[in-house]
Write a protein that binds this ligand. Sequence first.
Ligand SMILES: CC(C)(COP(=O)(O)OP(=O)(O)OC[C@H]1O[C@@H](n2cnc3c(N)ncnc32)[C@H](O)[C@@H]1OP(=O)(O)O)[C@@H](O)C(=O)NCCC(=O)NCCS
Length: 259
Amino acid sequence: MTTAVVAPGPAPQPAGPDPDSDIDLAAVAKLFTPAVVAARAHTEELAFEQLPGPTRELLGGYAAELRRQTFTAGRLAAARATAAIAGRPHWLDADDRGAPRWPDGTRGSLSHTNQLALAVAAVDQGDELGIDIEPLATGPGLLDALRYVCTPAERARVAAAPVPELAVLRVFCTKEALYKAAPPEVQRGLTMQSVELDWTDPPGGDLDPQAQPLTLRAVKGPVAGRTALCAVIGTHMVAAVTLPREPIHSTPTQDQDGQ
Ligand SMILES: CC(C)(COP(=O)(O)OP(=O)(O)OC[C@H]1O[C@@H](n2cnc3c(N)ncnc32)[C@H](O)[C@@H]1OP(=O)(O)O)[C@@H](O)C(=O)NCCC(=O)NCCS
């Protein structure tokens, strides 16, 4: 079958009334300093076969249909973000970790749900970016995985939070975004227990429409002292991290609760 490679145009309007397949890009971009361009793509927008050959090859041999869809949407969102930064769309390559390679002079990060991909890109100013998006609906399931996601201190904080399923989701989302922004030598060997986060619960509760993005601070682990911003945006939790590209001196991992 001959397929045409589709040049990514401007982000379309949401495909339908389903809020899970859309996100407020201005609210996403506001989570980052310095400025970034945020772009999205739906999983139904572009077929895997329409990606350029070298991009398709990044997935290797067989990949499940859902993985093909999310991969394709991620590439499309990133192409839109890089077009806004670099003047032309760029189909991202990847390194052997699966981390995307951004065009020279730019930096970025991407994340997807089963329906939506979100990418941020910026002119390289010496920072690495990390983004993570999770549907709010995954919160209750994560409470069952609390011991995997959270250190003992975080578990206590989550249990006391106004909405524990959102609190654990926030921790998870933030650790994923921190991981993506961390340099390869720090990523190696990192687990959810390697980093401990601290935060102040939002005064009006997590779902207060006026709620400001919440700052989470890494208080233990290799990125201690670094912060992330996390916000409920529509039906998603989004975490954003900007890490200066400088040597991060590992501190001994806290071996907590035997994990
Ligand atoms: C790599 C990882 C962060 C991906 O997160 P996820 O929630 O499963 O999936 P997301 O949709 O949010 O992100 C996937 C994208 O992340 C990017 N990614 C993959 N590996 C990456 C890496 N090592 N560094 C940066 N970005 C990476 C890719 O673009 C990938 O999408 P693609 O494969 O379609 O290109 C996750 O699988 C992981 O390993 N998490 C570990 C987190 C952790 O241990 N944290 C410790 C405390 S900081």
